[in-house]
Design a protein around this ligand. Structure first.
Ligand SMILES: Nc1nc2c(ncn2[C@@H]2O[C@H](COP(=O)(O)OP(=O)(O)OP(=O)(O)O)[C@@H](O)[C@H]2O)c(=O)[nH]1
Ligand SMILES: [Mg+2]
Length: 521
């Protein structure tokens, strides 16, 4: 059945084997067909999806399933409103059961969040041994294979426990029937999971506190914090590599980076939180932990943090579990929201909406980056900008105040260098900046202060008079104020920065945390 045929009537639905491998498929009597070639080590799975208004597009769930090690051997899709029992309508769920049996599927990969009740009902309907993997569970499986740092493991554990808890409650309630002794509340297994959730939350709080402390230290050392955010596979890591001071990117042909260029988050106890590798690949969730590297952006000394990608269709709880990513984006002095300009505009809009909803709010400005600009012509770029504007219009600023922090979108290609200069200018413009002019008697003290200021990247110009030096300072407000104090002999108190001009000064405190007041375009 072709997709066009299927969409011609109101209850359009379809059952197919792998549409991308039609050559290998034969059609049987029931209208479903069987795919005969699957990777030998991959588990056969049938993909199922339902959408309210249109026949669902299964490209993304297929990619995710493949990345998690499934070979998609068939597909069942339906346009229909949600059914409370199976999500799919009963007839369609029975079709799914038959197709799963026919293909010996080890799993049904469901493109959506199933309630615990729906998961169990579908599991009961499917052949024994066919697992029900909904979208959030698929993501947990993907991460389970690769999480190898303390933070990533804790986040994964928390997401998994939050996912399991309502399902455990449902299982106990189902077993109990009329038996009042078997009630989920008070059941030792439920209490145990609740306890483990609390402990995982506490552990993550500690990691988050450590990271906040480290952000403050890095700001005190004069660094601007720039975070790369965006949907999975948008091109974040490729851009992070490009911005990093010395790139070791084999794909884009730059020279190798010495390891000490990486600012590892080694105290997290694992390599994935900052081994500096910044892996780039055309698959979802290549990056599973945040990584921070030094960069010079628009003349500013910055630390660029690459983050874990967002994904549409995950419950809020699951997204919240990935705190290190969310925190890094929210607390950055400037975040770059990377979106793939070569995506179909409807997909681009959906992915941007999902990313912005997950971010919710930031402390600093957000620069939208339309990546992979080399893959689209001027019309494609215009369509991407329109999709971006559509996504912003879709969101309510009360629920997602981040939309008020957005600057103008910038098309960028890491491959051919398009837009990188514009991006650097935009970042420099978005970062909190103060300027000051100081004249100090030339001597050992002034030279020491000057060297301190150089180390923190805030010296814009130095003029030598016969007995004085005139220093122009520009950079992070707190650092400029401190440099000015040191140059002036350290007599004045910190707060009385005197001639700090304070353009776009965000009133940054000594802890380096921006405290509001920034102007958003
Ligand atoms: N043509 C083109 N491809 C790009 C560009 N930037 C990234 N890509 C490709 O896009 C794919 C995804 O890039 P990544 O940098 O791994 O994307 P990501 O956002 O870090 O993805 P995750 O870590 O999986 O969330 C890779 O195949 C890159 O080679 C670009 O400027 N042009
Ligand atoms: Mg990445």
């Amino acid at each position: 059945m072709s997709r066009d045929d299927a969409t011609t009537n109101e209850t359009a639905e379809s059952i197919e084997t792998d549409a991308h491998a039609d050559d290998d498929a034969h059609t049987d009597d029931s209208g479903s067909s069987v795919l005969e070639s699957a990777a030998p080590d991959a588990s056969p799975a049938v993909v199922a999806a339902r959408a309210d208004d249109d026949l669902p597009d299964t490209a993304e769930i297929r990619d995710l399933a493949a990345a998690a090690g499934y070979a998609v051997v068939g597909e069942v899709t339906q346009r229909r409103r949600e059914d409370p029992t199976y999500d799919l309508g009963r007839g369609k769920a029975e079709d799914l059961m038959r197709l799963a049996a026919e293909t010996d599927a080890e799993a049904v990969v469901y493109d959506g969040s199933l309630s615990p009740g729906q998961t169990f009902s579908l599991g009961d309907l499917l052949p024994t041994g066919t697992a029900v993997i909904d979208r959030p569970r698929l993501v947990l499986e993907l991460f389970a294979d690769a999480a190898d740092s303390r933070a990533a493991n804790r986040q994964l554990e928390l997401a998994r426990l939050r996912y399991e808890l309502p399902r455990l409650r449902e299982a106990i309630a189902r077993d109990s029937g009329e038996d009042v002794r078997l009630r989920p509340e008070g059941d030792s297994r439920v209490l145990d999971v609740e306890k483990r959730i609390e402990s995982a939350e506490r552990a993550l709080d500690e990691i988050a506190d450590d990271r906040a402390g480290r952000r403050a230290e890095r700001r005190d050392a004069g660094f601007d914090l720039v975070a790369l955010a965006g949907y999975t596979n948008a091109g974040k890591s490729a851009l992070a590599r490009r911005l990093a001071d010395e790139s070791d990117d084999p794909e884009f042909g730059d020279e190798a980076a010495p390891r000490d260029a990486d600012l590892t988050d080694a105290s997290e106890g694992g390599p994935a939180d900052g081994d500096g590798a910044l892996a780039v690949a055309d698959r979802p969730f290549e990056t599973l932990a945040t990584t921070t590297r030094r960069a010079t952006v628009g003349g500013r000394r910055a630390l660029v943090t690459d983050t874990v990608g967002f994904l549409d269709g995950l419950p809020h709880e699951a997204v919240r579990s990935f705190r290190t990513t969310i925190d890094a984006i929210r607390a950055a002095d400037c975040a770059l929201l990377v979106a793939d300009a070569s995506d179909d505009p409807a997909d681009l809009r959906r992915k941007l909406r999902a990313s912005l909803s997950a971010i919710e709010a930031t402390e600093g400005p957000v620069i939208p980056v339309l990546s992979k600009a080399d893959e689209v012509g001027p019309d494609g770029l215009a369509a991407a900008v329109a999709a971006y504007e559509g996504a912003v219009a879709d969101l309510d600023p009360r629920g997602a105040p981040v939309v008020n922090a957005l600057r103008s979108p910038i098309p960028v290609s890491v491959r051919d260098g398009t837009g990188l200069g514009d991006l650097a200018d935009a970042v420099a413009d978005a970062l909190p900046t103060a300027t000051a002019s100081v004249e100090a008697p030339n001597g050992g003290a002034a030279q020491a202060a000057l060297s301190w200021a150089y180390d923190r990247g805030v010296v814009a110009d130095v003029g030598y008079g016969s007995e004085t030096i005139a220093v122009e300072l520009a950079g992070r407000p707190a650092v400029v104020a401190e440099a000015e104090r040191r140059l002036a002999g350290g007599e004045r108190d910190r707060g009385e920065g005197g001639r700090v001009d304070g353009e776009r000064d965000r009133g940054e405190g000594d802890d380096g945390g921006p405290s509001g007041g920034q102007d958003h375009a």
